[in-house]
Design a protein around this ligand. Structure first.
Ligand code: AHG
Ligand code: MN
Ligand code: MN
Length: 340
């Protein structure tokens, strides 16, 4: 998109951001370009999914028990192949890989760690509903002399150096932060470039929408039912909101980020630790939303403060407009009830 009268590609924008840091080596900038390349390749396949043999299940389940779709696996390989050989990364970890994937011996290992959900919203692939990719970038914490691995992946979200997502929606957008605000780029497929379309995204303190899978109502604790009921019908100072739920976290999150809203995936009796993953979904989106003026909690605690104990750790997630997240935290902290 032409922002004002200037056409600013993501490469140029990243370079200008890098100039703000004279000590920057350019490695993070180049890693972000690598993620862009992966995004373009995945977008090309998503846009033609109905015409090529990339729809449907791949016939296996991942470590979280989710049925893997062909596009899950394609996207998983594409991200890994776009970053692994560059010398900028030492290890990657994905929702679709059982264990961390260190850069193979003999290949140059860099200082960055990439954690990612290669394809978010997989159940929506075959019905042509928006899906996404989510990524989180950390610096390695182990010594370069030893192989990178799990310790480099299990870092609190507040240690992230960059995070973002690609939304394969009515257009393909890439939204990211490196801690200097949140910026959105729209892919112009006619020139194969992501162009700056949404500089300095901020999210309203009170949301228009609430997004939750209400079919879980009977599996929630009473405090969670009270919070969702307040967003639905109003309570005290909380005004009723419009319900919007796409079932792809990235799509629900992005709509709420732009328009103001709150997304909830609380713990329930089917998912006592919550359904979403801390490292690949909650953590990166928490970094983005906080940089846009929003908040993200597990209902009570800030997502960015949680130190992961397990690579595929699940967490309840309440994320979006800060006043709405704060209301939920007040109720859920005061009336904390364990999910039985
Ligand atoms: P993924 O496809 O990466 O497993 O993510 C699916 C997630 C998330 O995108 C979405 O918000 C949630 O699952 C929807 O879950 P329900 O269908 O249980 O509402
Ligand atoms: Mn996901
Ligand atoms: Mn996924």
């Amino acid at each position: 998109m032409v922002h004002g009268s200037e056409v600013i590609t993501i490469e140029r924008f990243i370079m200008e951001q890098e100039r703000l840091y004279p000590e920057a080596t350019g490695e993070l900038s180049n890693l972000l370009y690598d993620v862009c390349l992966a995004a373009k390749i995945i977008s090309r396949h998503v846009r033609r999914a109905g015409l090529t043999d990339i729809l449907g299940a791949a016939g296996a389940v991942n470590v979280s028990g989710d049925l893997q779709q062909k596009l899950d696996l394609f996207a998983n390989e594409t991200v890994r192949n776009s970053v692994h050989h560059t010398g900028r990364v030492c290890v990657t970890a994905s929702e679709e890989d059982q264990v961390p994937m260190p850069v193979p011996p003999g290949k140059p290992a860099g200082k960055y760690v990439v954690l990612y959900d290669p394809l978010d919203g997989s159940t929506n692939i075959d019905v042509n509903v928006s899906i996404g990719t989510i990524f989180s970038i950390h610096k390695r914490v182990t010594k370069r002399s030893s192989p990178a691995g799990l310790a480099d992946c299990l870092q609190a979200g507040k240690k992230q150096v960059a995070a973002g997502y690609i939304l394969y929606g009515s257009s393909t957008m890439l939204v990211y932060t490196t801690g200097q605000g949140v910026h959105g780029f729209t892919l112009d497929p006619t020139i194969g470039e992501f162009l700056l379309s949404h500089p300095n995204i901020t999210t309203p303190p009170v949301g228009k929408y609430y997004s939750v899978n209400e079919s879980n109502w009977n599996r929630w604790t009473p405090p969670v039912q009270r919070v969702v009921g307040a967003f639905k019908n109003g309570e005290g100072k909380v005004q009723p909101k419009n319900a919007r739920y796409i079932g792809s976290l990235v799509a629900d999150f992005h709509r709420n980020l732009i328009s103001g809203g709150i997304f909830l995936y609380p713990a329930d009796t089917n998912h006592p630790q919550g359904k979403l993953r801390l490292l690949y979904e909650a953590g990166p989106l928490a970094f983005v939303v906080e940089q846009a003026g929003g908040r993200a909690t597990d209902g009570c605690r800030s997502i960015l403060d949680i130190v992961p104990a397990d690579l595929h750790q699940h967490t309840p997630l309440v994320i979006g407009s800060k006043d709405d997240v704060a209301y939920a935290a007040r109720v859920l902290s005061a009336e904390a009830v364990p999910v039985k």
